[in-house]
Ligand binder design. Structure first.
Ligand SMILES: Nc1ncnc2c1ncn2[C@@H]1O[C@H](COP(=O)(O)OP(=O)(O)O)[C@@H](O)[C@H]1O
Ligand SMILES: [Mg+2]
Length: 776
């Protein structure tokens, strides 16, 4: 007997650990001794007062209990997921693509499928939902993911693959989605493995069908990361070892045993039709036509939705006759369901006016949706009259060919429709012109937004670009593929600060380096691409590569002070990162002069060069000079409303003031920096500031919050990797001393409990704690 049944949650870490310990016949003391932990730590875990042990603590416990693989997984799975990092900048920026979208309509007829796939996922690590476009794979995958989410300690990450054009882009997209940190000299696959190893994660790869060459990489990833599970959707199975395929069937049809109204296919048809024409098909006399329509459309949800969209004008009998004729004429060379889907799309398309048809085709050029304003501009760039786009788009929405995102400001097509539109666009010979117009529009958007990352428009610029990142990437890749290397280079230059602030370093680096590998650009364009590549490399702590590209940018300089000041300052940053302080000072000083010649456009670099000179001065033991330099940079940043340069400056001022024992000032500056970086959603910076706050509280003699703050910083770094701030040079001994003092004063048990509580905080909670918990 395994103890008495209780009503307590048996899947919590506390309950799982207790059960495993008791099964091993160990007392808490014995387990603690074997695992090299304190008895308090084991007891706190079993009481549920400590919930987020370090991965190495879990490993030690597993080893001490000699757990087999399945129990080890269960123990790991019982750790609650970390709150997902959400950008605090604005609502728009908060919507991370990895958060599962919540459908606005009810899921019909899939209860058994959801359960079955959920069961399969418990036993197999790669499950593929296969089936023709429009059969409901994505919808089912989302429902399954939501259903099993709680089983995965590290949650569910959705990777939308439809926007990708190359199989080689799959792993990088996964790397971005799981926020893998780029390691020097490592492959992207290794970066991902490094990130997800030990994580109990469900990765949903939606729309893998056009990228099947990436399937072996996905299989290899699963082999290398034993706690990773993948749920993929694809028209065709991946055909790799370890794959379990679930062929998604269309919705259940009316039959001898299922009445029309109770069958999922008919419910879908009636619900969608009833939304545009209340009561449609509910007359008993119409039942046969409704049932026959479902059968004719093979229960394919998308086909049913397209048919239902015509319910305003067509009663069930007429709809059936029209569909019947159209489907009989459908393309013959395809498998049955695909033929039905294609014929339904052809039918729906054939009912559109010429202008609507032209617009539908053009929409095939967008990736990841679009706004009305983007659409109008792209239409205008193709030379077509733009005036009527609103009415035409409205009609496409009415016909279920375009769907609106919640909030109603963005539009997109379901993937089978998007693919259909792309085929039509190519067949009409319009692809080239459309892609050119699309690329020109998004390059213009990137270039109009680029300067805003350096002034008070930062937060708005981030929010504007966030939803368009897939369009921007597609634009750059198409320019690159089409030979417009300079266009792609300009996109990289316009976007690098966006990538920096959003942590898309690996992505940005790949694009910029692909551009540079193609070469053949005018010197100043080449130099800009090299600057973009350099900063991304620097953000990834690859200082050697960063230096290479900064020097390359310098070599290609044509005397433009913006380019020169950036490349010279960059060379200084590489020196600073390597501790070559005198070289760094020379370079920053030279960068200052160059930036001063560049006028307004390089004032940003001018301000940062000042701030970095301050960092060097502090490290060289001249705090007065440091303050002078940093304050000059800060004044410029404040004048321009530039949060980023402001908080970099404030962090440096803090370092000086802490060293000088000016605690009140130090704290004021730190808190201002915290507020500003919360506004841009800069979590790497937040982690530094939390550590900094811990050091100052210790210096002030109040150690009670030190473990909480340090834990919160650790938690953030675990989630995002340490990123970007190679020029923040806090003295590690100061933090270590603060931690030691706190541990000594609070006692190890209290310290570790608080550290654990800090590690469980979300970035928002951590920022709130840091800002709110103190009265100066
Ligand atoms: N079980 C279902 N209940 C309600 N609507 C569904 C269901 N399955 C699919 N749909 C709808 O049908 C359309 C196509 O489904 P989707 O999952 O996108 O297909 P696929 O991914 O196979 O191409 C979507 O609008 C989706 O919301
Ligand atoms: Mg899909």
């Amino acid at each position: 007997m395994e103890g008495t049944p209780t009503t307590e949650d048996t899947t919590s870490l506390a309950a799982v650990l207790r059960a495993l310990r008791e099964r091993a016949g160990l007392s808490q003391e014995e387990l603690a001794r074997r695992a090299g932990l304190s008895t308090h730590a084991v007891s706190a875990l079993e009481r549920g007062t400590r919930t987020r042990p370090y991965p190495h603590t879990l490993r030690a416990l597993s080893a001490a209990l000699s757990l087999p693989e399945a129990d080890r997984s269960r123990l790991i799975a019982s750790v609650p997921p970390r709150a997902r990092p959400a950008r605090a900048a604005s609502d728009a920026a908060t919507a991370r693509p990895r958060d599962l979208p919540v459908p606005t309509t009810a899921l019909l007829g899939r209860d058994e499928d959801v359960r079955r796939v959920g069961r399969l996922l418990a036993e197999h690590r790669l499950v593929t939902l296969s089936g023709t476009g429009g059969v409901g794979k994505t919808r089912l995958a989302l429902a399954v993911a939501a259903d099993v989410r709680d089983r995965y300690a590290d949650g569910v990450t959705l990777v939308e693959l439809a926007p990708l054009m190359e199989p080689s882009a799959v792993l990088p997209a996964v790397a971005d989605a799981v926020e893998a940190t780029r390691g020097v000299g490592r492959s992207v696959a290794e970066d991902v493995v490094e990130r997800v190893r030990g994580q109990h994660l469900l990765l949903v790869l939606d729309n893998l069908e056009h990228l099947l060459d990436a399937a072996p990489e996905v299989a290899a990833l699963i082999e290398a990361a034993p706690d990773l599970t993948v749920l993929a959707t694809s028209r065709a199975p991946l055909r790799v070892r370890g794959e379990t395929e679930v062929a998604v069937e269309p919705l259940g049809l009316p039959s001898a045993t299922t009445s029309t109204a109770a069958s999922p296919a008919a419910r879908l048809l009636l619900e969608r039709a009833g939304a545009v024409s209340p009561g449609w098909g509910t007359d008993p006399a119409e039942e046969a036509a409704v049932a026959a329509t479902c059968v004719r459309l093979a229960g394919l949800p998308l086909a049913l939705e397209l048919a239902a969209a015509r319910a305003r004008l067509l009663d069930p009998a007429t709809l059936l006759t029209r569909l019947d004729t159209a489907l009989r004429e459908g393309p013959r060379d395809l498998p049955a369901r695909q033929r039905t889907m294609r014929a339904t799309l052809d039918w729906s398309h054939g009912l559109l006016g010429e202008d609507e048809q032209r617009l539908l085709r053009l929409l095939g050029v967008f990736v990841g949706g679009f706004t009305l304003a983007d659409l109008e501009d792209v239409v205008a760039r193709t030379g077509a009259p733009a005036g009527s786009s609103v009415a035409l788009l409205e009609s496409l929405v009415e016909h279920s060919l375009v769907v609106t995102a919640p909030g109603g400001t963005r539009f997109r097509m379901l993937e089978p429709v998007a693919q259909y539109a792309r085929v039509l666009l190519v067949e009409a010979g319009e692809w080239e012109a459309a892609a050119t117009a699309h690329a020109a529009h998004f390059l213009a958007l990137a270039e109009a937004t680029g300067p805003r990352y350096r002034d008070e428009g930062q937060v708005a610029a981030l929010a504007r670009i966030d939803p368009e990142h897939a369009n921007l990437t597609a634009a750059a890749e198409r320019m690159l593929a089409g030979g417009d290397v300079e266009g792609a280079a300009r996109t990289a230059w316009a976007l690098w600060l966006y990538w920096w602030l959003r942590g898309h370093h690996g992505h940005g680096r790949r694009l910029a380096e692909a551009v540079l590998a193609r070469g053949g650009m005018a010197d100043d364009v080449h130099a800009r691409a090299a600057l973009a590549a350099a900063t991304m490399c620097f953000a990834m702590d690859d200082v050697d590569a960063a230096l290479h590209w900064w020097q390359d940018a310098h070599l290609h300089s044509t005397g433009n002070p913006v380019i020169d000041s950036n490349s010279v300052a960059g060379i200084g940053l590489a020196a600073l990162a390597r501790g070559e302080l005198v070289t760094a000072r020379e370079q920053f000083t030279a960068a200052l002069d160059l930036a001063a010649r560049g006028g307004e456009e390089s004032e940003w670099t001018w301000a940062l060069a000042h701030i970095w000179l301050g960092t060097v001065a502090l490290l060289l033991g001249d705090p007065d000079e440091a303050v002078r330099r940093v304050e000059a940079g800060l004044a410029s940043a404040r004048r321009r409303g530039d949060r980023l340069a402001s908080y970099i400056a404030l962090y440096n001022l803090f370092q000086v003031e802490l060293a000088r024992g000016e605690h009140a000032r130090a704290r004021r500056h730190l808190e201002e920096g915290l507020r500003l970086s919360t506004e841009t959603g800069d979590q790497a910076n937040l982690a530094y500031l939390l550590d900094a706050l811990a050091t100052i509280e210790a210096a002030e003699g109040t150690v009670s919050r030190v473990p909480l703050l340090v834990g919160a910083a650790q938690g953030i770094r675990e989630t995002i990797g340490s990123r970007g701030y190679g020029y923040y040079r806090p003295d590690p001994d100061v933090l270590a001393a603060a931690e030691a003092a706190a541990r000594q004063r609070l006692g190890t048990d209290r310290y570790d409990d608080a550290l654990d509580a800090g590690r469980a905080l979300s970035p928002e909670q951590a920022a709130h704690l840091a800002l709110g918990g103190h009265t100066a």
